[in-house]
Design a protein around this ligand. Structure first.
Ligand SMILES: [Zn+2]
Length: 254
């Protein structure tokens, strides 16, 4: 299994990161992608990636709730500076749950469109956050016609998801699928060929209120197997193939 999206460099893992990584290895996690989305996270994330070389990879993005030109520009600089090291860009996107003001939303959308063109220019996949904005994020992706995209923890409508999947967009499924009816529906409707596994650690635990960790990815895989009525091995095989298909640089690392 490949955990295509989490934040394992965050301070909440400082005290026991090695144990967390060992539990992931024991559980069959072959690789972890951590996402640095604020300027102050980048150096720390790079240190963690170096400490677990070959097991943890990095994406750099921009937290969509930080609607600031200065922060956006700094993250773009980081992405360009480390464009040979990162395996993708993200997470970036839209968050209409936190951002309610329409001017801020349109600014957020402007950043998102720029991120799509940077991803295209650098030929890197884009991990998209779209909280309460699934439809709007997918509309922009369709308009830009850039489909090396992972919709992470997608909470939008199934119809828009299916439209995006038609173009090869992937959907990564977090362990909260064990109790989220919307995510269960998403898994049911999309084909296994469109799915990836993620944990979004430290959030989206299968156990509400607990810190999430990459080993919990098995809950996503098991739930997908149950919903699709296929073996766990099949889910692991296909989602791993999918991950290597979209995160092309991982092929050289694992
Ligand atoms: Zn995240």
């Amino acid at each position: 299994m490949i955990d295509v999206h989490c934040h394992i460099h965050e301070a909440i893992f400082d005290a026991d990161r090695r144990d967390v990584v060992n539990r992931a290895r024991e559980c069959g996690v072959k690789h972890i992608i951590t996402s640095a989305i604020k300027p102050e996270e980048v150096d720390k994330a790079l240190r963690v990636v170096n400490e677990f070389k070959g097991y943890i990879s990095l994406t750099i993005g921009h937290d969509p709730v930080l609607v600031s030109d200065a922060l956006f520009s700094r993250q773009v600089e980081y992405v360009r500076k480390y464009s040979n090291i990162i395996v993708g860009i993200g997470e970036v996107g839209l968050d209409y749950y936190i951002i309610r003001d329409h001017r801020e939303r349109s600014k957020q959308k402007g950043f998102f469109i720029e991120w799509i063109s940077i991803a295209e220019e650098l030929n890197l996949p884009l991990i998209v956050h779209s909280r309460s904005a699934g439809r709007y994020a997918i509309e922009e992706i369709l308009k830009c016609k850039y489909f090396d995209v992972v919709m992470h923890a997608y909470d939008g409508s199934i119809g828009w998801a299916m439209e995006a999947a038609k173009h090869g967009v992937y959907f990564s499924i977090p362990p909260s699928v064990t109790f989220s009816v919307q995510k269960q529906k998403l898994v049911k409707k999309l084909s296994l060929e469109s799915l990836l596994l993620e944990t979004d650690s430290p959030v989206l635990s299968p156990f509400k209120g607990q810190r999430n960790e990459p080993a919990n990815i098995i809950y996503s895989a098991k739930k997908i197997a149950e919903i699709k009525n296929v073996s766990l091995d099949k889910v692991i095989e296909i989602t791993t193939d999918n991950a290597l298909n979209v995160f092309k640089r991982l092929r050289l690392r694992i």
